[in-house]
Design a protein around this ligand. Structure first.
Ligand SMILES: *Cc1c(COP(=O)(O)O)cnc(C)c1O
Length: 503
């Protein structure tokens, strides 16, 4: 299987090229030229396999040029029981309050307590192998813009991985104290962490500028280095995420929840960069039986409006919310959906993306809009509703959830209200541990403002809830802070070159 670009169909890249390069030369995103199809028989077969075997099977369909052994070793190294707290790294938790039939797909049992680990424990495995195939002997310089969780998960995944250097940029005032602590205490000889003045979109734009700066690319070349990306624009980030939607369905079959062949589920995803929900879309494209994909946003509801109106407009206030990993106004991966929904119209996609860059806005026609609406439902909620949802789940189900998951649960409630659909079994992507956001979660649960530093708040939340604190978060307390640099977005390039010792 080969890959092409959303903005230029004459581009042809191998899986290894797509993963090593991260983004296509002309700025488009790599997409598979075709998708494998999974039948009911395939699902029945996979139902009896452990997660790693399900992953191997799906990955193999997309990673032409990688041997079965390479794929097996990568998957085995990524999803160890030690790192993910059990054999299934993505278990389901049934919550049956009221008339809901809701399963939380807990994607946060990995080393940094957010769903990003599901991809970022695997990506370094795939990327280093891809580099060996495409650019033997070269160092991959991985640049990451983060709204909080990708940064830590990428740092952890690439920590001391030979042949890689990684620089992470996060918005100075746009992440939780705990997220900041996680990143700034990161160990490893090949890592750099920088706060930037600005929001996530500024960080993302800055990284894209460095990626495409001819002088900078040249300079790296002279030092036998090459830029790559660990953001969800990299195909290697999306691919591992397709697996857990299939896996969730297989687990539902195994528990007897699915009553007949082809029975559909809903999938609810709290969305920022449109990566996680795009992976769900690709699963649907591959044959996973799905009724609706429910796109949940916080007050930065640019996607809610887009799905409802067909107009993408980032010219609006930016809100800093208690679900910071979704504080995004430019959802990069939407580009891949548009490519698909237009039947692969690269010229049209390129034109929309140019409009977005120039005016901050574009409008898709009715045909594309209706096609999207046939599958996607969208909704959003604000911080107050998010906190109420956390509190309600805690009081009624004794389940402590993080603010991003709470946004998803709230929007699922809106979906039920508007459609009356309580019958379809529904999988809600639970994207982070509540202990990544202890202040907001504690406030939601107790109704009082959380006081003290992040660790006092952590202890308080743990004593109130009796839910155990994930080890990697508990251990942060004793780690020294290694990174404190703050830079302007126009200083990012310099910061990278300095870190690489080539300026
Ligand atoms: C990254 C993140 C999201 C948003 O995921 P996208 O793939 O960017 O849409 C939601 N919740 C949490 C906890 C995250 O870290």
């Amino acid at each position: 299987m080969n890959y092409t670009s959303t903005r230029d169909q004459s581009v042809v890249a191998s899986a290894a090229q797509a993963i090593a390069q991260g983004i296509s030369q002309e700025g488009g995103l790599f997409v598979p030229q075709s998708f494998p199809q999974y039948s009911y028989t395939d699902l029945v077969e996979m139902q009896h396999l452990p997660y790693t075997a399900r992953a191997q099977r799906i990955l193999a369909d997309f990673l032409s040029g990688f041997s079965q052994d390479e794929i097996a070793q990568s998957v085995q190294a990524a999803y160890t029981a030690e790192k993910f707290g059990g054999e299934n790294p993505a278990p389901l938790s049934l919550l049956q309050s009221g008339d809901r039939n809701m399963y939380l797909l807990e994607l946060w049992h990995g080393p940094t307590a957010a769903f990003k680990d599901m991809a970022l424990q695997l990506l370094p495995q795939m990327l280093t192998r891809a580099m060996q195939k495409e650019h033997p002997g070269k160092t991959a310089v991985i640049l990451v813009a983060t709204s909080g969780d990708t940064g830590k998960a990428a740092l952890k995944g690439f920590e001391n991985v030979e042949g890689t250097q990684i620089a992470v940029f996060y918005p100075q005032n746009g992440v939780s104290q705990m997220q900041k602590r996680q990143m700034c205490t990161q160990e490893g000889e090949n890592v750099g962490v920088f706060a930037i003045e600005g929001n996530f979109d500024d960080a993302q734009a800055g990284v894209k500028r460095i990626f495409t700066d001819a002088g900078c690319i040249q300079l790296l070349q002279e030092h036998n280095m090459l830029f790559s990306s660990a953001n969800s624009i990299n195909w290697g980030r999306l691919l591992p995420q397709i697996v857990y939607y299939f896996s969730a369905y297989c687990d539902l079959m195994a528990t007897g929840e699915m009553d007949y062949e082809g029975e559909k589920i809903n999938i609810v995803v709290p969305t920022g960069n449109f990566g996680n929900i795009l992976a769900a879309y690709y699963a649907v494209k591959m044959g996973l039986p799905v009724n609706r994909l429910i796109c949940a946003s916080n007050s930065n509801n640019v996607l809610t409006d887009f799905i409802r109106t067909g107009i993408y407009d980032r010219n609006r206030p930016f809100y800093t919310t208690i679900s910071p990993s979704m504080d995004i106004l430019v959802s990069s991966n939407l580009e891949r959906l548009l490519y698909d929904m237009t039947g692969g119209d690269d010229k049209q996609v390129a034109a929309w993306m140019a409009q977005l860059a120039q005016t901050g806005r574009y409008e898709v026609g009715d045909a594309v809009k209706h096609k999207i609406q046939d599958l996607f439902f969208s909704g959003y909620c604000d911080d107050e509703q998010t906190q109420r949802e956390i509190r309600a789940l805690y009081k009624t189900e004794n389940y402590l959830c993080d603010p991003h998951t709470a946004v998803a649960v709230n929007v699922y409630g809106q979906y039920i209200e508007q459609t009356g659909d309580t019958a379809t079994p529904t999988v809600v992507a639970s994207t982070a541990s509540p202990y990544k956001f202890p202040a907001s979660v504690l406030q939601a649960v107790t109704g009082e403002e959380a006081v003290g530093d992040e660790f006092e708040i952590l202890d308080h939340l743990a004593s109130v809830s009796a839910v155990p604190v994930p080890q990697p978060i508990a251990q942060l307390r004793n780690k020294p802070v290694r990174f404190q640099t703050v830079c302007r977005s126009d200083e990012m390039q310099q910061a990278v070159l300095k870190m690489l010792h080539i300026r």
